[in-house]
Design a protein around this ligand. Structure first.
Ligand SMILES: C=C(O[C@H]1C=CC=C(C(=O)O)[C@@H]1O)C(=O)O
Length: 354
C-alpha cells in the first residue's frame, strides 16, 4: 500500500476527534519527499464564484528582481540533451517532461490570498493555496491555478482528466482558433498526449470493472493556454479499492509531469534538474473516510515566501520536439501566474520571458 494511502487510512481508523471529516494534503513531485497532510478546522463547499475568496485584489506587485532558473538557453540545452538520450535509447525512452523556474523578488511581502483571488478570475481552472509550513515542510505557501485533474473518486466512480500537448492562446479570434486547430492536428502533440492516457489507463485498469475514454481526445482551454485533454472515466471493482488519495499516489507522477517509461524519465529529470521541483508538478487534494476525494496536479503555481516567489513551468519532450519551441511553451505557461501578479503583458519584464 502506498505511504499516502497508509497514512490516511491509519488516520481515519484512529481515535482522533473529527476523523469523520476529511484530510487535505499535498504531495511533492519527488515521491520520496515529505507529504503534507492536514485536518482542516473548517470545510466549506462551493466554487470560487460563491464569494469564498476576497473579491478585490491589489492591482499588482512591484518587481524588484527576476531571474530565470536556469536561463532559457540552458533549458534549451537540456532539451537537446534529452533528445540525444532518446535517440541513444533506441526508442525506449519516449517522453521526458523538463521544467524550468522563474524567481521573482517583490519589494515587499506578497499576500498569497490576493494572488489566488486574481487566479480565480479564470473559471476554467482549479485554484489552490496550501500552507506548506503545516508539517514542517518549510515556511512557504504554494498558490496556483491548475487545469489538470489527476484523480477524483466518488463512491466507485473514478475520473481523471490528463492534459498534455499545448499551444499559447492569442488575443485575436482567428489566430487563437488557428493555434487550437494546429494543436489538434499536431502528430507530435498527440503522441506526447497519448502516452499520458495510456499510462493512466494501465495503472487504473487492475482496480476497475469498467474504464474508458468515452469522449476521446479533445481541446481544453484556460485563459492563457490550449491543451489536448482526455477525460478518463472508470467504475471501481469494489468499495475496498484504494481511496482517492491512494489512487492519486498510484498515478503520480504521470507522464504529463514525469515521462515514459516513468523510472527512466525520472532518472533523466533528476540528472538534468538539480535544483528540484518541490511541490510544483506534485498533487494536491482531499480524501474522506469513505475514500472519496479529488486530487489535482499542482501546475501554474508559485511558491511564496515573504516577498520571494518561485514559479515553475514544464513541457513534454518527445522525439521531434524543438528546443526553442519548448522554451516558448514554458514561457507561455508562466503567463497565468504573471498576469495574476499584475504584471501587464506589455511590460518589458513579461516580454522577456513570455
Ligand atoms: C508541466 C506542465 O504542464 C503539463 C500539463 C499540460 C500540458 C503539458 C505539456 O504540453 O507539456 C504538460 O504535460 C506545466 O504547466 O508546467
Amino acid at each position: 500500500m502506498d505511504a499516502l494511502e497508509a497514512a490516511t487510512r491509519a488516520w481515519f481508523a484512529s481515535d482522533v476527534e473529527g476523523k469523520d471529516g476529511l484530510l487535505v494534503g499535498a504531495m511533492p513531485f519527488d515521491r520520496a519527499g515529505p507529504v503534507v497532510l492536514v485536518q482542516p478546522e473548517q470545510v466549506e463547499w462551493g466554487t470560487g464564484g460563491d464569494g469564498a475568496l476576497p473579491a478585490a485584489a491589489p492591482s499588482g506587485i512591484a518587481i524588484g528582481g527576476l531571474s530565470e532558473c536556469p536561463p532559457a538557453s540552458v533549458y534549451a540545452d537540456r532539451v537537446r540533451h534529452v533528445l540525444h538520450d532518446m535517440a541513444a535509447s533506441g526508442g525506449a525512452l519516449r517522453k521526458v517532461v523538463l521544467a524550468r523556474g522563474l524567481r521573482i523578488e517583490a519589494g515587499a511581502p506578497v499576500d498569497p490570498f490576493a494572488i489566488v483571488a486574481r487566479l480565480a478570475a479564470d473559471e476554467s481552472v482549479t485554484t489552490f493555496l496550501a500552507d506548506l509550513a503545516a508539517e514542517g515542510a518549510g515556511g512557504a505557501t504554494l498558490v496556483g491555478a491548475t487545469p489538470e485533474l489527476l484523480l477524483s473518486r466518488r463512491g466507485r466512480t473514478v475520473l481523471s482528466h490528463p492534459l498534455a500537448g499545448s499551444a499559447r492562446r492569442h488575443a485575436g479570434e482567428a489566430e487563437d482558433r488557428q493555434a487550437a486547430d494546429a494543436l489538434l492536428r499536431s502528430e507530435k502533440d498527440r503522441r506526447e498526449h497519448a502516452l499520458v492516457v495510456e499510462a493512466i489507463l494501465d495503472l487504473l485498469a487492475p482496480h476497475c470493472a469498467r474504464l474508458g475514454t468515452p469522449e476521446g481526445t479533445g481541446l481544453r482551454s484556460t485563459a492563457t493556454m490550449w491543451h489536448l485533454g482526455t477525460r478518463i472515466e472508470g467504475e471501481l471493482k469494489s468499495d475496498d479499492a484504494p481511496s482517492a488519495a491512494g489512487l492519486a499516489a498510484l498515478l503520480h507522477p504521470t507522464p504529463a509531469v514525469g515521462g515514459y517509461p516513468r523510472d527512466a524519465a525520472l532518472e533523466v529529470i533528476r540528472g538534468l534538474e538539480p535544483e528540484g521541483r518541490g511541490y510544483y508538478a506534485g498533487a494536491l487534494g482531499w480524501v474522506d473516510a469513505r475514500g472519496d476525494g479529488e486530487w489535482h496536479v499542482t501546475l501554474r503555481c508559485a511558491l511564496v515566501e515573504g516577498g520571494s516567489l518561485m514559479l515553475h513551468a514544464g513541457a513534454g519532450i518527445v522525439p521531434g520536439s524543438d528546443p526553442d519551441a519548448e522554451v516558448a511553451e514554458t514561457a507561455a505557461k508562466f503567463r497565468a501566474m504573471l498576469q495574476a501578479l499584475g504584471v501587464d503583458e506589455r511590460d518589458a519584464v513579461l516580454e522577456k520571458v513570455a
